[in-house]
Design a protein around this ligand. Structure first.
Ligand code: GDP
Ligand code: MG
Length: 157
């Protein structure tokens, strides 16, 4: 199995596992369709249940993905900082998210695998510029070391 499609392997399933379980599991089955995770978080003294959907990204699932934008408070657009093609692929996803969500949905741009600095292929500044241009919140994360994962979850910059 060596599929190198731009939406695969950026670390979405690993991020979801860090969100919900605070652990890293290096090998995940390919996400088919949509996976779901949830965690209780305390925000301003209130217990809130965060529900997170991890979508596969395959073209054939796009219509399903679209239905999840409706009613969502936020979306995470994830790329892999060691693979430029995953960064180049963002625009089409962003257009889709914007078109099928309510105008107040917050979209965060996530550059994942920040622990792999030596293999970096996309500069932090490029992520920042893309985010600024499109009005997104930007963060670099590592699902492996959990760096910034909690911050993303709680919406802290
Ligand atoms: P998905 O297809 O976007 O769901 O990607 P996965 O979560 O399945 O991760 C794909 C591969 O990248 C796996 O081999 C993970 O071990 C690896 N991976 C995911 N996140 C990170 C990270 O933050 N750092 C490193 N070094 N590897 C990661
Ligand atoms: Mg996955």
């Amino acid at each position: 199995k060596n599929v190198r499609l731009p939406f695969l392997g950026v670390g979405k399933s690993c991020l979801l596992l860090q969100f919900t379980d605070k652990r890293f599991q290096p090998v995940h089955d390919l996400t088919i369709g949509v996976e779901f995770g949830a965690r209780m978080v305390n925000i301003d003294g209130k217990q809130i249940k965060l529900q997170i959907w991890d979508t596969a990204g395959q073209e054939s699932f796009r219509s399903i993905t679209r239905s999840y934008y409706r009613g969502a408070a936020g979306a995470l657009l994830v790329y892999d900082i060691t693979r430029r093609e995953t960064f180049n692929h963002l625009t089409s996803w962003l257009e889709d998210a914007r078109q099928h969500s309510s105008s107040n949905m917050v979209i965060m741009l996530i550059g994942n695998k920040s622990d792999l600095e030596s293999r970096r292929d996309v500069k932090r500044e490029e992520g920042e510029a893309f985010a600024r241009e499109h009005g997104l919140i930007f963060m670099e994360t590592s699902a492996k070391t959990a760096c910034n994962v909690e911050e993303v979850l709680l919406g802290k910059e």
